[in-house]
Design a protein around this ligand. Structure first.
Ligand code: PGA
Length: 251
C-alpha cells in the first residue's frame, strides 16, 4: 500500500501562486519520490488548472477538489460537481473536512451523500473524521469517530476498490493550532478506525488508507508516518511552501 502524502491548500493561493508552488514541488521531488509514496494536492478550485499544468507528465503527483456537491449539474449556485473536477484534472475529492463540518455546518448525512456520490462518479475520496476537544474530554472519541465513519461511508459500495477510499483522522483541536496529537493518541484513533473499516468492508477494510492530519510539519512527519495504521498524512499549513511539504513527503 502506497503512503498517501496529501496537501490541503484550503483558501490559499491564486492560480499563479499555485502554479509556482506545484512546479517547485515537482522539482523538489524529481527523482526522489520512492515508489511507495504518492503525492496529492488539493488546491482551491480556481487554481486546479494551474497546478495541473505544473504536474503534467510527472509520476506520482495527483490533484483533488476540496469539496463537491452531490449532483452532476443543476441550479446549485456556488457549487461544483464530480465531472467538473474530473475535467479539471482531479482524481480525488476531499469530503467532510472539519472546516466544512464546523464552519460551513455540514452534517454527517450530507458528508455521506457527498462521499457516496464521489465514489459512484469514479473518483477517489479522502473522507475526514475527527473529534472536537470537548468530545474527547467527555470520553466520546470513539462514538464520534464511529458515527462519522458509519454515516460518511454508508452509501459507498462494499465492493469498492479500497485504493479509491481513504480516511483522514484529523482531531479538530490539532488542526492549524500547532498542537499535534501524541503518538499514543494517533495509534489509538487509527486502530479504532481500522477495526471499524474491517467491520464495514471486511478484508478490504485493511487496505483502506488511514491518514493523520493536524499540525503535521517537517519536524514531526517522520515519526508520525511510521506509526501503526498511519498510511499517509493530510497537511494544511506546512503544505503551502514547496520546501516544507517536500520534506514532509520525503520524511
Ligand atoms: P494543519 O491542517 O496541517 O494546518 O493543521 C490540516 C488540515 O486541516 O487538513
Amino acid at each position: 500500500m502506497k503512503k498517501l502524502m496529501a496537501a490541503n491548500w484550503k483558501m490559499y493561493k491564486t492560480a499563479a501562486e499555485a502554479r509556482e508552488t506545484a512546479a517547485a514541488l515537482a522539482v523538489a521531488l524529481d527523482g526522489k519520490l520512492s515508489a511507495d509514496r504518492e503525492v496529492l494536492v488539493f488546491p482551491p478550485f480556481t487554481a486546479i488548472h494551474a497546478a495541473a499544468e505544473a504536474f503534467a507528465g510527472k509520476n506520482g503527483l495527483s490533484l483533488g477538489g476540496q469539496d463537491v456537491y452531490p449532483e452532476d449539474e443543476g441550479a446549485f449556485t456556488g457549487e461544483i460537481s464530480a465531472p467538473m473536477l474530473k475535467d479539471a484534472s482531479c482524481e480525488f475529492i476531499l469530503t467532510g473536512h472539519s472546516e466544512r463540518r464546523h464552519v460551513m455546518g455540514e452534517d454527517n448525512e450530507f458528508v455521506g451523500r457527498k462521499t457516496a456520490y464521489a465514489i459512484a462518479s469514479g473518483m477517489k475520496v479522502v473522507l475526514c473524521i475527527g473529534e472536537k476537544i470537548e468530545e474527547r474530554e467527555a470520553g466520546s472519541l470513539e462514538a464520534v469517530l464511529e458515527e462519522q465513519l458509519v454515516a460518511g461511508l454508508a452509501g459507498v459500495s462494499r465492493d469498492v476498490d479500497p485504493e479509491r477510499v481513504a480516511v483522514a483522522y484529523e482531531p479538530v483541536w490539532a488542526i492549524g493550532t500547532g498542537k499535534v496529537a501524541g503518538p499514543e493518541d494517533i495509534v489509538e484513533a487509527h486502530a479504532f478506525t481500522r477495526a471499524k473499516l474491517v467491520e464495514m468492508f471486511g478484508e478490504k477494510g485493511k487496505e483502506i488508507r488511514i491518514l493523520y492530519g493536524g499540525s503535521v510539519k517537517p519536524a514531526n512527519a517522520s515519526e508520525i508516518i511510521t506509526l501503526d495504521n498511519v498510511d499517509g498524512v493530510l497537511v494544511g499549513g506546512a503544505s503551502l511552501q514547496a520546501d516544507s511539504f517536500s520534506s514532509i513527503v520525503l520524511a
